[in-house]
Design a protein around this ligand. Structure first.
Ligand SMILES: [Zn+2]
Ligand SMILES: [Zn+2]
Ligand SMILES: [Zn+2]
Length: 136
């Protein structure tokens, strides 16, 4: 198995997400993420959104940052604290599997359960209503 090809090509890749070394299964496989970050068989693009959700939840702590709700990950959502800073949505269907831009976007977001999320938006709406239209 450990048969080396002549060239000085390294036998491992560095995961672009966690920075760990890993050995791609196929020699020269252009895998950018280790098997922990992107499970085997999920690197073909059809699981991108699933993987990103997993990354995002791990990064944000897998619970509502407001009330601590953690029972069902389907009920957790990403809320942009400042919509003017938003570049893309974490749940965008065209999102690319690129950790760095996703991490930057996550830094602008809070992880909220759907109840807290609705409440925050409702409160913001109400605030705009009472403070007048020049409030962002
Ligand atoms: Zn990794
Ligand atoms: Zn909550
Ligand atoms: Zn929101």
């Amino acid at each position: 198995m450990a048969r080396r090809k002549a060239k000085d090509q390294p036998r491992f890749n560095i995961c672009e997400k966690c920075g760990k070394q890993f050995t791609p299964k196929l020699f020269g496989e252009g895998r950018r993420y280790c098997f922990e970050c992107v499970p085997d068989g999920m690197a073909d693009g059809s699981h991108t959104r699933q993987i990103i959700k997993k990354w995002a939840l791990e990064y944000k702590g897998t619970k509502c940052s407001r009330c601590g709700y953690d029972k069902c990950i389907e009920a957790l959502e990403f809320h942009h604290r400042d919509m003017t800073q938003k570049e893309f949505s974490i749940s965008d269907r065209n999102i690319k599997l690129e950790w760095e831009p996703i991490r930057q976007e996550l830094d602008k977001c809070d992880l909220l359960c759907c109840n807290c999320h609705r409440e925050i938006h409702a409160a913001a709406k109400f605030k705009t209503l009472i403070e007048g239209e020049n409030h962002a």
